[in-house]
Design a binder for this molecule. Structure first.
Ligand code: AMP
Length: 397
Protein backbone atom coordinates (compact mmCIF):
# COMPACT_ATOMS: atom_id res chain seq x y z
CA UNK A 1 0.00 0.00 0.00
CA UNK A 2 1.22 3.43 -0.92
CA UNK A 3 0.48 6.95 0.20
CA UNK A 4 -1.95 8.67 -2.17
CA UNK A 5 0.11 11.04 -4.29
CA UNK A 6 -0.76 14.70 -4.72
CA UNK A 7 0.35 14.54 -8.36
CA UNK A 8 -2.58 12.26 -9.21
CA UNK A 9 -5.18 14.80 -8.09
CA UNK A 10 -7.17 16.94 -10.49
CA UNK A 11 -6.92 20.31 -8.75
CA UNK A 12 -8.02 22.75 -11.40
CA UNK A 13 -10.80 25.12 -10.29
CA UNK A 14 -11.32 23.10 -7.11
CA UNK A 15 -11.41 24.17 -3.47
CA UNK A 16 -8.50 22.39 -1.84
CA UNK A 17 -8.30 21.94 1.94
CA UNK A 18 -4.69 21.58 3.14
CA UNK A 19 -4.14 20.48 6.75
CA UNK A 20 -0.80 22.07 7.65
CA UNK A 21 1.23 22.10 10.84
CA UNK A 22 1.70 25.80 11.58
CA UNK A 23 2.18 25.18 15.31
CA UNK A 24 5.19 27.51 15.51
CA UNK A 25 6.84 28.98 18.61
CA UNK A 26 5.98 32.64 19.40
CA UNK A 27 7.81 35.05 21.71
CA UNK A 28 6.08 37.18 24.34
CA UNK A 29 5.29 39.83 21.68
CA UNK A 30 3.60 37.28 19.40
CA UNK A 31 6.50 37.15 16.93
CA UNK A 32 7.27 33.82 15.28
CA UNK A 33 10.69 32.70 16.51
CA UNK A 34 11.09 29.70 14.21
CA UNK A 35 9.09 29.49 10.95
CA UNK A 36 10.56 26.19 9.68
CA UNK A 37 7.15 24.50 9.80
CA UNK A 38 5.57 27.24 7.69
CA UNK A 39 8.43 27.24 5.18
CA UNK A 40 8.19 23.43 4.92
CA UNK A 41 4.55 23.68 3.78
CA UNK A 42 5.15 26.23 1.01
CA UNK A 43 5.97 23.78 -1.78
CA UNK A 44 2.63 21.96 -1.43
CA UNK A 45 0.70 25.25 -1.28
CA UNK A 46 2.49 26.61 -4.35
CA UNK A 47 1.96 23.36 -6.25
CA UNK A 48 -1.80 23.66 -5.66
CA UNK A 49 -1.91 27.35 -6.57
CA UNK A 50 0.01 26.65 -9.77
CA UNK A 51 -2.72 24.16 -10.68
CA UNK A 52 -5.30 26.99 -10.57
CA UNK A 53 -7.28 26.10 -7.51
CA UNK A 54 -8.39 27.91 -4.36
CA UNK A 55 -6.60 26.91 -1.21
CA UNK A 56 -8.09 26.59 2.29
CA UNK A 57 -5.32 26.26 4.86
CA UNK A 58 -6.00 24.85 8.34
CA UNK A 59 -3.81 24.30 11.38
CA UNK A 60 -3.76 24.35 15.15
CA UNK A 61 -1.49 26.58 17.25
CA UNK A 62 -0.76 26.07 20.93
CA UNK A 63 -3.27 24.36 23.19
CA UNK A 64 -6.45 26.48 23.35
CA UNK A 65 -8.48 23.40 24.46
CA UNK A 66 -11.66 24.02 22.47
CA UNK A 67 -12.17 27.69 23.38
CA UNK A 68 -11.28 30.86 21.51
CA UNK A 69 -8.20 32.52 22.96
CA UNK A 70 -6.86 35.49 21.01
CA UNK A 71 -3.27 34.75 22.03
CA UNK A 72 -3.50 31.54 19.97
CA UNK A 73 -4.90 33.27 16.87
CA UNK A 74 -3.27 32.31 13.58
CA UNK A 75 -2.91 36.01 12.65
CA UNK A 76 0.94 35.99 12.88
CA UNK A 77 0.96 32.81 10.76
CA UNK A 78 -1.24 34.46 8.11
CA UNK A 79 1.24 37.35 7.90
CA UNK A 80 4.22 35.00 7.52
CA UNK A 81 2.49 32.91 4.82
CA UNK A 82 1.74 36.15 2.98
CA UNK A 83 5.44 37.09 3.11
CA UNK A 84 6.56 33.68 1.90
CA UNK A 85 3.95 33.23 -0.84
CA UNK A 86 3.99 36.89 -1.88
CA UNK A 87 0.19 36.69 -2.25
CA UNK A 88 -2.78 37.96 -0.28
CA UNK A 89 -3.80 35.60 2.49
CA UNK A 90 -7.22 36.05 4.10
CA UNK A 91 -7.68 34.92 7.70
CA UNK A 92 -11.20 33.76 8.59
CA UNK A 93 -12.52 34.97 11.93
CA UNK A 94 -13.52 31.42 12.89
CA UNK A 95 -13.10 27.78 11.87
CA UNK A 96 -16.54 26.61 10.74
CA UNK A 97 -18.59 29.68 11.70
CA UNK A 98 -20.44 32.18 9.57
CA UNK A 99 -17.34 34.10 8.56
CA UNK A 100 -15.42 31.02 7.43
CA UNK A 101 -18.41 29.76 5.43
CA UNK A 102 -18.94 33.06 3.70
CA UNK A 103 -15.26 33.34 2.81
CA UNK A 104 -15.14 29.75 1.55
CA UNK A 105 -18.20 30.38 -0.62
CA UNK A 106 -16.57 33.40 -2.24
CA UNK A 107 -13.24 31.71 -2.94
CA UNK A 108 -11.92 31.94 -6.49
CA UNK A 109 -9.01 30.07 -8.05
CA UNK A 110 -5.73 31.55 -6.87
CA UNK A 111 -7.20 32.71 -3.51
CA UNK A 112 -5.66 31.64 -0.22
CA UNK A 113 -7.85 31.42 2.88
CA UNK A 114 -6.54 30.47 6.32
CA UNK A 115 -9.11 29.20 8.82
CA UNK A 116 -8.70 30.21 12.47
CA UNK A 117 -7.02 27.85 14.93
CA UNK A 118 -8.62 24.40 14.58
CA UNK A 119 -8.34 23.82 18.32
CA UNK A 120 -10.68 26.75 19.02
CA UNK A 121 -13.28 24.07 18.23
CA UNK A 122 -13.71 21.27 20.80
CA UNK A 123 -14.61 18.83 18.01
CA UNK A 124 -11.08 18.91 16.56
CA UNK A 125 -9.23 16.88 19.20
CA UNK A 126 -12.34 14.76 19.89
CA UNK A 127 -12.41 13.69 16.23
CA UNK A 128 -16.07 14.71 16.33
CA UNK A 129 -18.16 13.46 13.43
CA UNK A 130 -20.30 16.58 12.88
CA UNK A 131 -17.25 18.84 13.03
CA UNK A 132 -15.35 16.55 10.62
CA UNK A 133 -18.28 16.56 8.19
CA UNK A 134 -18.61 20.35 8.29
CA UNK A 135 -14.89 20.79 7.65
CA UNK A 136 -15.06 18.31 4.78
CA UNK A 137 -18.06 20.10 3.25
CA UNK A 138 -15.92 23.18 2.64
CA UNK A 139 -13.68 21.56 0.02
CA UNK A 140 -13.57 19.29 -3.04
CA UNK A 141 -10.09 17.98 -2.29
CA UNK A 142 -8.30 17.07 0.96
CA UNK A 143 -4.52 17.17 1.42
CA UNK A 144 -2.65 16.40 4.62
CA UNK A 145 0.77 18.01 4.85
CA UNK A 146 0.92 18.10 8.66
CA UNK A 147 3.39 15.37 9.55
CA UNK A 148 3.73 16.78 13.08
CA UNK A 149 0.12 15.88 13.97
CA UNK A 150 -0.31 12.78 11.82
CA UNK A 151 -0.05 10.57 14.91
CA UNK A 152 -3.20 12.21 16.30
CA UNK A 153 -6.66 10.90 15.38
CA UNK A 154 -8.13 14.40 15.21
CA UNK A 155 -10.96 15.63 12.99
CA UNK A 156 -8.74 17.46 10.47
CA UNK A 157 -6.25 14.58 10.32
CA UNK A 158 -8.50 11.54 10.54
CA UNK A 159 -12.28 12.18 10.77
CA UNK A 160 -12.73 14.35 7.70
CA UNK A 161 -10.75 12.04 5.39
CA UNK A 162 -13.67 9.56 5.20
CA UNK A 163 -15.62 12.09 3.14
CA UNK A 164 -13.05 11.98 0.32
CA UNK A 165 -12.29 9.03 -1.95
CA UNK A 166 -8.91 8.03 -3.36
CA UNK A 167 -9.22 10.46 -6.27
CA UNK A 168 -9.91 13.46 -4.03
CA UNK A 169 -7.38 13.11 -1.20
CA UNK A 170 -3.62 12.76 -0.90
CA UNK A 171 -0.50 13.43 1.15
CA UNK A 172 1.33 16.71 0.61
CA UNK A 173 5.01 16.83 -0.29
CA UNK A 174 6.18 17.31 3.31
CA UNK A 175 4.21 14.37 4.69
CA UNK A 176 5.39 12.21 1.79
CA UNK A 177 9.02 13.21 2.34
CA UNK A 178 8.92 12.50 6.08
CA UNK A 179 7.32 9.08 5.60
CA UNK A 180 9.75 8.13 2.78
CA UNK A 181 12.76 9.18 4.84
CA UNK A 182 11.80 7.20 7.92
CA UNK A 183 10.76 4.16 5.86
CA UNK A 184 14.16 4.10 4.13
CA UNK A 185 15.94 4.61 7.42
CA UNK A 186 14.18 1.71 9.08
CA UNK A 187 14.23 -0.68 6.11
CA UNK A 188 17.48 -0.01 4.41
CA UNK A 189 20.01 2.03 6.41
CA UNK A 190 23.62 2.22 5.29
CA UNK A 191 25.68 0.59 8.05
CA UNK A 192 27.04 1.07 10.63
CA UNK A 193 23.80 2.65 11.87
CA UNK A 194 23.93 4.50 15.19
CA UNK A 195 20.95 5.78 17.20
CA UNK A 196 21.61 8.60 19.66
CA UNK A 197 18.82 8.79 22.22
CA UNK A 198 18.44 11.31 24.99
CA UNK A 199 15.85 13.60 26.50
CA UNK A 200 14.19 13.48 29.84
CA UNK A 201 12.72 10.04 30.35
CA UNK A 202 12.97 6.42 29.29
CA UNK A 203 9.15 6.14 29.36
CA UNK A 204 8.68 8.46 26.36
CA UNK A 205 11.11 6.47 24.22
CA UNK A 206 10.80 2.93 25.54
CA UNK A 207 8.84 1.50 22.60
CA UNK A 208 11.02 3.31 20.07
CA UNK A 209 14.17 1.96 21.73
CA UNK A 210 12.87 -1.60 21.70
CA UNK A 211 11.87 -1.31 18.04
CA UNK A 212 15.19 0.27 17.07
CA UNK A 213 17.44 -2.31 18.72
CA UNK A 214 17.16 -5.02 16.02
CA UNK A 215 17.84 -2.40 13.33
CA UNK A 216 20.85 -0.49 14.62
CA UNK A 217 24.49 -1.36 15.25
CA UNK A 218 25.12 1.05 18.10
CA UNK A 219 23.12 3.07 20.61
CA UNK A 220 24.43 6.13 22.45
CA UNK A 221 22.37 7.13 25.47
CA UNK A 222 22.38 10.59 27.07
CA UNK A 223 20.06 13.02 28.85
CA UNK A 224 17.96 12.25 31.90
CA UNK A 225 16.99 8.83 30.58
CA UNK A 226 20.54 7.54 31.06
CA UNK A 227 20.17 7.52 34.85
CA UNK A 228 17.52 4.81 34.94
CA UNK A 229 20.01 2.55 33.14
CA UNK A 230 22.90 3.65 35.36
CA UNK A 231 20.89 3.02 38.53
CA UNK A 232 19.97 -0.42 37.27
CA UNK A 233 23.70 -1.11 36.86
CA UNK A 234 24.07 -0.35 40.57
CA UNK A 235 25.72 3.05 40.18
CA UNK A 236 25.24 5.91 42.65
CA UNK A 237 23.13 8.38 40.71
CA UNK A 238 22.31 10.80 43.56
CA UNK A 239 19.21 12.90 42.85
CA UNK A 240 19.37 12.41 39.08
CA UNK A 241 16.14 11.77 37.17
CA UNK A 242 15.30 8.07 37.59
CA UNK A 243 12.13 6.18 36.72
CA UNK A 244 12.15 3.44 39.34
CA UNK A 245 9.22 1.64 37.75
CA UNK A 246 11.25 1.20 34.57
CA UNK A 247 14.40 -0.33 36.05
CA UNK A 248 13.38 -3.79 34.80
CA UNK A 249 12.64 -2.41 31.33
CA UNK A 250 16.05 -0.78 31.34
CA UNK A 251 17.62 -4.15 32.17
CA UNK A 252 15.58 -5.79 29.41
CA UNK A 253 16.86 -3.25 26.87
CA UNK A 254 20.48 -3.81 27.92
CA UNK A 255 19.98 -7.62 27.75
CA UNK A 256 18.39 -7.35 24.31
CA UNK A 257 21.24 -5.16 23.08
CA UNK A 258 23.77 -7.77 24.24
CA UNK A 259 21.76 -10.61 22.68
CA UNK A 260 21.54 -8.78 19.35
CA UNK A 261 25.17 -7.72 19.36
CA UNK A 262 24.25 -4.04 19.50
CA UNK A 263 26.92 -1.88 21.13
CA UNK A 264 25.07 -0.04 23.90
CA UNK A 265 26.87 3.00 25.36
CA UNK A 266 25.99 4.91 28.53
CA UNK A 267 27.64 8.12 29.83
CA UNK A 268 30.83 7.47 31.78
CA UNK A 269 30.88 10.92 33.40
CA UNK A 270 28.40 13.71 33.98
CA UNK A 271 28.11 17.38 34.83
CA UNK A 272 26.30 17.29 38.17
CA UNK A 273 24.48 20.13 39.93
CA UNK A 274 22.90 20.57 43.34
CA UNK A 275 19.68 22.09 42.03
CA UNK A 276 17.86 22.04 38.71
CA UNK A 277 18.73 25.64 37.86
CA UNK A 278 21.02 27.64 35.61
CA UNK A 279 22.85 29.26 38.53
CA UNK A 280 23.41 26.09 40.55
CA UNK A 281 27.03 25.24 41.33
CA UNK A 282 28.15 22.28 39.25
CA UNK A 283 31.01 19.80 39.06
CA UNK A 284 32.21 16.86 37.03
CA UNK A 285 31.74 13.39 38.47
CA UNK A 286 31.97 9.87 37.12
CA UNK A 287 28.68 8.15 36.42
CA UNK A 288 29.44 5.68 39.20
CA UNK A 289 29.90 8.27 41.92
CA UNK A 290 27.35 11.06 41.70
CA UNK A 291 27.26 12.32 45.32
CA UNK A 292 24.01 12.17 47.33
CA UNK A 293 21.92 15.29 46.67
CA UNK A 294 23.58 16.00 43.29
CA UNK A 295 21.95 15.39 39.92
CA UNK A 296 23.46 14.75 36.50
CA UNK A 297 22.30 17.42 34.06
CA UNK A 298 24.69 16.89 31.13
CA UNK A 299 27.13 14.31 29.81
CA UNK A 300 30.72 15.03 30.81
CA UNK A 301 33.85 15.58 28.67
CA UNK A 302 35.02 11.95 28.87
CA UNK A 303 31.66 10.80 27.51
CA UNK A 304 31.87 13.42 24.76
CA UNK A 305 35.26 12.03 23.70
CA UNK A 306 34.02 8.45 23.90
CA UNK A 307 30.94 9.23 21.80
CA UNK A 308 33.11 11.02 19.22
CA UNK A 309 35.13 7.81 18.81
CA UNK A 310 31.94 5.77 18.49
CA UNK A 311 30.59 8.11 15.80
CA UNK A 312 33.82 8.08 13.78
CA UNK A 313 32.91 5.15 11.53
CA UNK A 314 29.12 5.36 11.31
CA UNK A 315 27.29 5.83 8.01
CA UNK A 316 23.81 6.58 9.35
CA UNK A 317 22.88 8.52 12.47
CA UNK A 318 19.44 8.90 13.96
CA UNK A 319 19.33 11.43 16.79
CA UNK A 320 16.34 11.91 19.08
CA UNK A 321 16.68 13.70 22.41
CA UNK A 322 19.26 16.11 23.89
CA UNK A 323 22.24 14.89 25.91
CA UNK A 324 21.49 17.27 28.79
CA UNK A 325 19.40 20.22 29.90
CA UNK A 326 20.44 22.14 26.79
CA UNK A 327 18.05 25.02 27.56
CA UNK A 328 20.54 26.12 30.25
CA UNK A 329 23.91 27.14 28.77
CA UNK A 330 25.76 25.49 31.62
CA UNK A 331 24.36 22.07 30.72
CA UNK A 332 24.26 22.49 26.93
CA UNK A 333 27.88 21.71 26.17
CA UNK A 334 27.47 17.94 25.77
CA UNK A 335 24.56 18.32 23.33
CA UNK A 336 26.39 21.06 21.40
CA UNK A 337 29.54 18.96 21.00
CA UNK A 338 27.56 15.93 19.86
CA UNK A 339 25.70 18.17 17.38
CA UNK A 340 29.07 19.19 15.90
CA UNK A 341 30.32 15.58 15.61
CA UNK A 342 27.09 14.49 13.95
CA UNK A 343 27.17 17.44 11.55
CA UNK A 344 30.86 16.88 10.70
CA UNK A 345 30.44 13.17 10.03
CA UNK A 346 30.09 11.81 6.51
CA UNK A 347 27.02 9.88 7.59
CA UNK A 348 23.39 10.39 6.62
CA UNK A 349 22.15 12.31 9.63
CA UNK A 350 18.52 12.35 10.67
CA UNK A 351 17.30 14.51 13.53
CA UNK A 352 13.88 13.80 15.03
CA UNK A 353 12.11 15.49 17.90
CA UNK A 354 11.31 19.12 18.55
CA UNK A 355 13.98 19.58 21.24
CA UNK A 356 16.76 18.04 19.20
CA UNK A 357 15.79 20.07 16.14
CA UNK A 358 15.73 23.17 18.34
CA UNK A 359 19.18 22.54 19.79
CA UNK A 360 20.68 21.82 16.36
CA UNK A 361 19.25 25.11 15.18
CA UNK A 362 20.58 26.99 18.22
CA UNK A 363 24.13 25.92 17.34
CA UNK A 364 23.52 26.88 13.72
CA UNK A 365 23.96 23.37 12.34
CA UNK A 366 20.50 22.78 10.90
CA UNK A 367 21.76 23.16 7.32
CA UNK A 368 24.48 20.56 7.97
CA UNK A 369 22.10 17.70 8.77
CA UNK A 370 20.70 15.46 6.02
CA UNK A 371 17.16 15.62 7.36
CA UNK A 372 15.41 17.32 10.25
CA UNK A 373 11.97 15.95 10.94
CA UNK A 374 9.18 18.47 11.61
CA UNK A 375 7.44 16.08 14.01
CA UNK A 376 8.78 14.87 17.36
CA UNK A 377 5.91 12.69 18.56
CA UNK A 378 5.04 11.55 15.05
CA UNK A 379 8.60 10.50 14.23
CA UNK A 380 8.83 8.59 17.53
CA UNK A 381 5.65 6.68 16.70
CA UNK A 382 7.07 5.82 13.27
CA UNK A 383 10.18 4.50 15.00
CA UNK A 384 7.92 2.44 17.27
CA UNK A 385 6.66 0.78 14.09
CA UNK A 386 3.15 2.23 14.29
CA UNK A 387 1.03 3.31 11.32
CA UNK A 388 -0.01 6.90 12.01
CA UNK A 389 -3.78 7.63 11.78
CA UNK A 390 -3.17 10.50 9.34
CA UNK A 391 -1.13 8.19 7.12
CA UNK A 392 -3.51 5.24 7.35
CA UNK A 393 -6.30 7.49 6.06
CA UNK A 394 -4.26 8.26 2.95
CA UNK A 395 -3.09 4.80 1.93
CA UNK A 396 -4.38 3.68 -1.48
CA UNK A 397 -7.14 1.08 -1.30
P1 AMP B 1 12.19 14.75 25.71
O1 AMP B 1 10.98 15.63 25.50
O2 AMP B 1 11.90 13.50 26.46
O3 AMP B 1 12.97 14.53 24.44
O4 AMP B 1 13.13 15.55 26.69
C1 AMP B 1 13.70 16.79 26.40
C2 AMP B 1 14.03 17.44 27.69
O5 AMP B 1 14.90 16.62 28.43
C3 AMP B 1 14.74 18.77 27.55
O6 AMP B 1 13.87 19.79 27.95
C4 AMP B 1 15.93 18.65 28.48
O7 AMP B 1 16.09 19.78 29.31
C5 AMP B 1 15.58 17.44 29.33
N1 AMP B 1 16.77 16.78 29.88
C6 AMP B 1 17.88 16.41 29.21
N2 AMP B 1 18.78 15.88 30.05
C7 AMP B 1 18.25 15.92 31.28
C8 AMP B 1 18.73 15.53 32.57
N3 AMP B 1 19.94 14.98 32.73
N4 AMP B 1 17.91 15.69 33.62
C9 AMP B 1 16.69 16.25 33.46
N5 AMP B 1 16.18 16.65 32.27
C10 AMP B 1 16.96 16.47 31.18
Amino acid sequence: MELLNIKHLDLQDKKVFIRCDFNVPLDEYGNITDDRRIRSAISTINYCLDADCAVILASHLGRPKGVVDSKDSLAPVARRIHQLLKRDVTLAKDVIGEDAHLKVQNLKSGDVLLLENLRFEPGETKNDETFSKTLASMADIYINDAFGVSHRAHASVDGMTQYFDDSTKAAGFLLQKEIDFFAKLMKNPVRPFCAIVGGSKVSGKLEALINLLPKVDKVLVGGGMAFTFLKQLGYDVGNSLVEDDLLEDAQHIMDEARRLGVKFYLPIDVVAAQTFSADSISKLTTSQEIPPGWMGLDIGPATVRLYREVLADVQTVLWNGPMGVYEMDKFARGSNKIAHFVADSYATTVVGGGDTADLVQRVGLDEEMSFISTGGGASLELLEGKVLPGVKALLSE
